[in-house]
Design a protein. Sequence first.
Length: 148
Amino acid sequence: MDKIQKLIQLKELLDSGGISEQEYGRLKNELLSTDNDTKESHNNTIGVERTTNGSVTLSYPGVWLLFDAKIKIIINKELHSVQSAKKGFEVTIPLDSDSLDIELVFMGIKSTKIQVTQLDKRKNYTIELEYDSNWGKISNEINLIENA
């Protein structure tokens, strides 16, 4: 079964409630990274040296809300995904440069902009996000962790 069919099946499972958005994101990333690892090892066996780019994982634990609000994740002015504010999420973003412009739009009205600079695009990072109940949006204060 090819990658597209597997992605379609994962999306159907998500839509039917068979898996959570977090599980869908994790499984999708595993599927996509498995194919990349295979290509990379194939390239290395024929003598082509590749530099693997790192990634940034946005981690948000969720917050109790009466209804499930959505958070739009915009990376470098392009919509990346829409996630659950109530359930939380982990979203992995590949690093193509040494900086990221992240905009998190809560319920379509409250926006948080974060600019992360001086990243090493060969390393992996995690950004821990928190809900700011005073302002009713994602906090501007982030915790940037360099993964080992």
